[in-house]
Design a protein around this ligand. Structure first.
Ligand code: AVJ
Length: 327
C-alpha cells in the first residue's frame, strides 16, 4: 500500500513547551557568563526569520550549499547509492532535500528528524505528497541525544543528511560526540552528507551575522520573546541589542544579546540581574578549515571521502563514510 501522507512522528512530548526548555534557560542564565541554547531559536516565528536569513545577500551559506548541490548533486547522489535510507537531521529547507531526493536512485525511506513538531510535520507532509512512492517516517527528537529509527518497510544503507552547517553550532567536543552518534546510527558502511561552513576572511563572515536589514538581530531577539511567551518571563526586548562578532582564535562567530542598562529579569520564579553591557551568549557558529574538519570527523570514526566547495571556497558539502573498524 502506498502511503501519501507522512506517518505521525515517532518520539515524545509536544515540544511547544518542552520541560527541558525552562530547565536549560534557568541553567544558562545562572552561569557567570550568561548563555542560552541556540536550538530554541526555532519556534514558528524564529523558523520564518531563519528562512529570511537564508535569502539575505550577506548570508552566503545557503546560497553556496544550493549551488554546490545543483552542480555536484548527481555525483553525490551516486555516491549515496541506490536504495539508501536517507535520514535528515533538522528537517530543514525542503528545497535542498528535494534537490537530493530528485537525484537519488530508489531511496528506501526518508526520515526527517526535528525538534520542532510543527515544522517537522509540515515539511514531511509536503515531501510525502511530492514523492508518493517514498516512505516518509518523521521522528520528533533532539538529535543531540541518541535516538532510534522508527520501523521502516524497507531496509537500506543508512545515510544521514546534515545540511546548512548546523554542525557549526557545536564546539569541537560536542561536534565530535554528535558525529560519533551519527556514525553509530548509520553503522559500518553507512554515510554522512554534510554542509560545513569554512574558515575565511572575517570581512565576509561578520556581515553574514550583521545583515543590513536587521533580520539576524530580530532572529536573535526572538529568543527572548519566546522565553517571555512560553516561560512567562519579562524580558524587555527594547532593552537588549544584537551583537555578533568573529573570534578568529576559535574560528567562530559569537552571537550575543547585550543588556542596554542595569536591569532585573524574572524567569520562572527566579530573578536574574544584568549589568549595563552584560551579555547573554546565544549562539556559536564554528567555521572549519578542511583539515580541521577532517580531523574532527576522524575522531568520530568518519572518513572524509569527497569535498565539494563553491567557486569562492566559502562553503563545503562533504561525503563521509563510517569506518568499518567502527572508529
Ligand atoms: C543554522 C547554525 C548554520 O550559524 O550560520 C544564522 C544559524 N544564526 N544566522 C549559522 C544562524 C544566525 C546558522 N546555522
Amino acid at each position: 500500500m502506498k502511503r501519501h501522507t507522512a506517518a505521525p512522528p515517532a518520539g515524545t512530548d509536544d515540544p511547544a513547551a518542552p520541560p527541558d526548555f525552562l530547565r536549560e534557560v534557568l541553567a544558562g542564565l545562572s552561569k557567570p557568563r550568561k548563555e542560552l541554547p541556540c536550538k530554541y531559536f526555532y519556534d514558528a516565528r524564529g523558523s520564518r526569520l531563519f528562512d529570511r536569513i537564508c535569502r539575505l545577500d550577506e548570508y552566503y551559506p545557503t546560497r553556496c550549499e544550493l549551488a554546490i548541490l545543483r552542480r555536484h548533486g548527481p555525483e553525490l547522489a551516486a555516491r549515496l547509492g541506490a536504495g539508501c535510507v536517507l535520514i535528515e537531521y533538522g528537517s530543514g529547507s525542503s528545497l535542498k532535500t528535494r534537490l537530493l531526493l530528485d537525484r537519488l536512485a530508489d531511496p528506501a525511506a526518508y526520515v526527517p528528524v526535528d525538534i520542532s513538531r510543527e515544522h517537522l510535520l509540515r515539511s514531511a507532509g509536503a515531501l510525502a505528497r511530492r514523492y508518493p512512492g517514498l516512505e516518509v517516517a518523521p521522528v520528533c527528537a533532539d538529535f543531540t541525544a541518541p535516538f532510534e529509527l522508527p520501523p521502516l518497510r524497507r531496509r537500506g544503507r543508512r545515510v544521514v543528511y546534515f545540511s546548512g552547517s548546523t554542525i557549526s553550532n557545536f564546539g569541537p567536543p560536542e561536534a565530535t560526540a554528535l558525529l560519533a552518534n551519527i556514525a553509530r546510527l548509520c553503522g559500518p558502511g553507512g554515510g554522512l552528507l554534510i554542509g560545513v561552513d569554512l574558515d575565511k576572511d572575517p570581512g565576509i563572515v561578520e556581515p553574514a551575522y550583521n545583515d543590513a536589514l536587521g533580520v539576524t538581530a530580530e532572529f536573535n531577539l526572538n529568543l527572548l520573546a519566546r522565553i517571555n511567551r512560553e516561560l512567562g518571563a519579562d524580558f524587555r526586548l527594547d532593552q537588549f541589542r544584537h551583537h555578533a562578532f568573529y573570534d578568529a582564535g576559535h574560528t567562530r562567530i559569537e552571537m550575543h544579546l547585550v543588556s542596554l542598562r542595569p536591569q532585573v529579569v524574572r524567569v520562572g520564579g527566579e530573578t536574574f540581574a544584568f549589568a549595563e553591557g552584560e551579555s547573554i551568549r546565544t549562539e556559536y557558529s564554528y567555521k572549519y578549515s578542511l583539515g580541521a574538519f577532517r580531523q574532527l570527523a576522524g575522531q568520530a570514526g568518519l572518513e572524509v571521502e569527497r569535498v565539494r566547495t563553491d567557486d569562492q571556497g566559502l562553503y563545503s558539502v562533504q561525503y563521509l563514510s563510517v569506518r568499518r573498524d567502527g572508529g
